[in-house]
Ligand binder design. Structure first.
Ligand code: NAD
Ligand code: AHE
Ligand code: ZN
Length: 369
């Protein structure tokens, strides 16, 4: 079939809207019509050329929602007409990682996913006869995709696509980092670095967890009002703090935070986040994705004295199990998504979504097909 997609033909180039050929679903695969997709900073990270796994040409996008159009042989858990959210972290429930119950990082198709192909080693996309690669197993910047059954969460049919697409990454990553990775408890004190599409969901998760103090740190002063609306109790602009931000935050949190979160992708900030944790028990959670070659560092003393450095992918969520629950939270008014979707764009204007992100004007831009 033919479909319309925003294709990244090369790093650092604007996406081009083209008609692609899409092969139908093979065994274990599903054809989905994508109705809406968010634009996450990670899409920009890959487009910028900083992603060591970035391959071109490809169809970016990993924050979508849509409707099942067709299923391949052997697919049992989904049927035509089901509403779904594609999962860049699948949940096969059979691999060593899924069975361990210690991680959400299903490993069953990670190798082929990272090479931009389906589990059989081939791509379903073509442009004028030439292969175009998938991205994160999702490629939600295409109006239609093929994805493995295990990489699709079935969701309720009354959930609006233009809002719940954000659960495909940002909402789940931010809230999950608090409740599943940090396991933050009522009364805790936390610092969130980076108040964008992910960090504001960390703040929302901390409020849900009953945090007593939620400090937000961002170089963009425009983030203060929206972060307060989501539960931030104190705002810190590092450019306004004279000198090192770490002692400032340690003092503000009375000895250091119980939990800190990096949602910037900046390795200097990641170190500040670790060192702003409380001696003896503070946990620092790395969410941000950093460029090829970037490394984190600190004095081992920081860890010897009890701070814990950890990371999270997709907030520790097990997609097929947890994503439908998060959709319910949204539909029941337990979480706020609407106020974070600041811009809506048609596919033809998708590059403006990246411009708005860079200008610090958008929290999330959503493309509707
Ligand atoms: P975003 O662009 O919406 O937000 C980033 C925020 O960080 C902005 O508000 C920006 O002003 C702020 N910032 C930048 N530099 C800063 C600094 N030095 N100090 C303080 N604040 C600073 O991006 P996003 O979509 O929220 O993504 C955030 C990061 O999380 C990215 O690195 C992204 O790739 C990553 N990410 C990781 C996962 C995961 O599963 N681990 C999931 C989604 C996104
Ligand atoms: N290809 C990148 C990896 C980037 C990365 O860590 N991605 C996160 C999701 S970011 C979503 O916005 C993730 O899921 N990581 C686990 C995994 O298996 O990739 C690189 O840096 O190599
Ligand atoms: Zn993302």
């Amino acid at each position: 079939m033919k479909t319309r997609a925003a294709v990244a033909f090369a790093a650092k180039k604007p996406l081009e809207i083209v008609e692609l050929d899409l092969d139908g679903p093979k065994a274990g695969e599903v054809l989905v019509e994508i109705k809406a997709t968010g634009i996450c900073h990670t899409d920009y990270f890959t487009l910028s050329g900083a992603d060591p796994e970035g391959l071109f040409p490809c169809v970016l996008g990993h924050e979508g929602a849509g409707i099942v159009v067709d299923v391949g042989a052997g697919v049992t858990s989904l049927k035509k007409g089901d509403h779904v959210i594609p999962l860049y972290t699948p949940e096969c429930r059979q691999c060593k990682s899924c069975l361990s119950r210690k991680t959400n990082l299903c490993t069953s198709i990670r190798a082929t996913q990272g090479k931009g192909v389906m589990p059989d080693g081939t791509s379903r996309f073509k442009c004028d006869g030439a292969t175009v690669l998938h991205y994160m197993g999702t490629s939600t910047f295409s109006n239609h995709i093929v994805a493995p059954e295990i990489a699709l969460a079935k969701i309720r049919e009354d959930a609006p696509f233009d809002k719940v697409c954000y659960i495909g990454c940002g909402v789940t990553t931010g809230i999950g980092a608090v409740i599943w990775t940090a396991k933050a408890e009522p009364g805790c004190r936390a610092v969130v670095f980076g108040l964008g599409g992910i960090g504001l969901n960390v703040i929302q998760g901390l409020r849900m967890a009953g945090a007593e103090m939620i400090v937000g740190v961002d170089i963009n002063p425009a983030r203060k009002n929206i972060a307060e609306k989501f539960g931030m109790t104190h705002f810190v602009n590092p450019t306004e703090v004279g000198g090192d931000i770490v002692p400032y935050l340690v003092n503000l949190t009375d000895g250091g935070a119980d939990y800190t979160f990096d949602a910037t992708g900046n390795v200097t900030v990641m170190r500040q986040a670790l060192e702003s944790c409380h001696r003896g028990w503070g946990k620092s959670i790395v969410i941000g994705v950093a460029p090829s070659g970037a490394e984190i560092s600190t004095r081992p003393f920081q860890l010897v004295t009890g701070r814990v450095w950890m990371g999270t992918a997709f907030g520790g969520a097990r997609g097929r199990t947890d994503v439908p629950r998060i959709v319910d939270w949204y539909m029941n008014g337990k979480i706020n998504i609407d106020d974070l979707i600041t811009h809506k764009l048609p596919l033809e204007r998708i590059n403006e979504g990246f411009d708005l992100m860079h200008a610090g004007e958008s929290i999330r831009s959503v493309v509707e097909f």
